[in-house]
Write a protein that binds this ligand. Structure first.
Ligand SMILES: Cc1cc2nc3c(=O)[nH]c(=O)nc-3n(C[C@H](O)[C@H](O)[C@H](O)COP(=O)(O)OP(=O)(O)OC[C@H]3O[C@@H](n4cnc5c(N)ncnc54)[C@H](O)[C@@H]3O)c2cc1C
Length: 453
């Protein structure tokens, strides 16, 4: 019998991780990718947004320079910034292609669709190629949602994918949507020097996050001069030569130089021939999957944004890993199921926000007894040395056994620090395990041990 043949549609985090793991376990793997190996994650989403945010962060550091005993000034060089983002993307792309090549993964550049449940047709520049598959992974990602009222033109009315590398730094960006992407773009433009108005459709930014966490971010935005328009639901955008006007449901009108839409995403599931393969999607177009990421057809999996689970690159990659293990026969190990409730996530604003596991509000809503401990960074030596004592660490644990159930961190390096709580949550560690770890002094992580006490 020959090697197991796996065909993957889409080379983003879900597809390329599944490919490397399956290949290392002995599968014969082909990825069909229509744009770029690395996916939207590399090209438009995680990497460029965080690269721009990093530059904005350096500028923000300079504004704090006088408090650190320094005289320093920064001027943005937009061309150098654009080159930097492209260089990072190119480097990561090369690394990934080298890794896939070294594992013997075949890359086919083209657009794929099902001909039948076991045959994928790739439309490439050399013509059509048919690929036979024992297993197929649909890892086609998602794209920004564009509401009918938004005349997106890539110049002044932008989706998040058109906002970088930015053609110019907006004088006044109106960001529509205050979820994770909306607040990251607000932070990014504000730190690069734009005036920013954020349209918040409800009464709190990050409506599904802990209210205390959102309050710290709102305060930081207001301190930086960001205008927060609460209860503002955009219903129309009009464009003049060098300006845009956004009108809200309640009649409020905002004038700016650019409008940026951050109002969610749609799955890339059309045109894939899913009907020919007999694969079901839900009413929004997401492929329906079970706990093993299997669709309703026994040999077809879906992972990443198209599977409608947590839309994070890290989750997509972990789904890809689990799928590879499952199809290669490692599915008898019960601990290998992916537990989405234990995924850590972060928001790269300033201060950063990160959380993992059970949220306080969620526990109260379900009536579950919890112990909540909270420590501000204003009591942390390293935060004071760094000149940024904003934010806090909050740990949620089981009052009887001390098992860490979740936590939130707001403050410098929160996205890195949450890793400690993520390891605790994923492995059922207790607050005592965190206290007992001999952490370095002075560090921000000491606040975790303190919050665990
Ligand atoms: C602005 C923004 C910032 C983000 N930042 C972060 C972050 O910091 N951290 C994080 O964890 N997540 C982040 N995300 C989410 C993250 O980008 C996605 O969850 C991740 O890209 C999903 O990976 P994927 O493999 O499902 O899809 P993608 O990365 O979208 O890859 C799918 C690939 O499939 C290809 N494809 C589609 N259809 C076909 C076809 N028919 N034939 C061949 N190829 C096809 C596409 O070209 C694409 O390359 C961000 C999202 C946005 C919008």
């Amino acid at each position: 019998m020959g090697a197991t043949r796996l065909v993957i549609i889409g080379g983003g985090p879900a597809g390329n991780t599944a490919a490397t793991v399956a290949a290392s376990l002995g599968a014969e793997v082909t990825i069909v990718e229509r744009d770029v190996i690395g996916g939207a994650a590399h090209l438009w989403d995680c990497i460029p947004s965080k690269a721009l945010i990093a530059t904005g962060g350096e500028l923000a550091e300079l504004t704090r320079a006088p408090t650190m005993g320094l005289k320093a000034q920064g001027t943005l060089d937009i061309e150098a910034l654009r080159r930097r983002v492209q260089d990072i993307e190119a480097h990561l792309h090369d690394q990934l292609c080298t890794l896939l090549g070294s594992q013997g993964v075949r890359l086919v550049m083209g657009t794929a669709r099902f001909k039948d449940p076991h045959t994928i047709v790739a439309d490439t520049e050399h013509g059509l190629e048919e690929l036979d598959a024992d297993y197929v992974l649909i890892a086609t990602g998602s794209r920004p949602r564009v509401p009918a009222f938004a005349p997106v033109d890539g110049e002044r009315v932008l989706t998040t994918r058109q906002a970088y590398p930015p053609p110019e730094i907006p004088d006044h960006a109106i960001v529509i949507g205050s979820g994770v992407t909306g607040v990251e773009f607000t932070h990014m433009f504000a730190s690069l020097g734009s005036q920013v108005t954020l349209l918040v459709s409800r009464q709190q930014v990050l409506p599904i996050k802990d209210a205390e966490v959102a309050a710290v971010l709102e305060e930081a935005f207001l301190a930086r001069g960001v205008a927060l328009l609460k209860g503002a639901r955009a219903t129309a955008i009009t464009r003049a030569a060098d300006a845009v006007t956004v009108t809200c449901e309640d009649g409020r009108v905002v004038n700016g130089s650019h409008a940026v839409l951050a109002v969610g995403s749609l799955p890339n599931s059309e045109g894939l021939g899913l009907e020919e393969a007999g694969v079901d999607v839900d009413e929004d177009g997401y492929v329906q999957v079970n706990h093993n990421c299997l669709a309703n057809v026994a040999h077809i999996y879906a992972a990443g944004d198209v599977s409608g689970r947590l839309p994070l690159s890290s989750v997509a990659a972990m789904q890809g890993r689990k799928i590879a293990e499952h199809l290669m026969g490692l599915h008898n190990r019960p601990h290998r199921h992916l537990d989405y409730d234990k995924a850590a996530s972060a928001i790269f604003t300033e201060p950063e926000i990160a959380d993992v596991g059970l949220a306080e509000a969620e526990a109260f809503a379900s009536g579950r007894k919890i112990r909540v401990t909270k420590v501000p960074f204003s009591a942390n030596a390293k935060a004071l040395i760094k000149g940024d004592p904003r934010g806090f660490v909050k740990i949620i644990s089981d009052p009887a056994r001390g098992v860490v159930l979740g936590g939130s961190i707001v403050g410098g390096n929160a996205a890195e620090l949450i890793g400690i709580l993520a390891v605790a949550v994923a492995n059922g560690l207790t607050v005592t395990d965190i206290i007992d770890a001999l952490l370095v002094h002075p560090t921000l992580s000491e606040s975790l041990a303190e919050a665990a006490s």
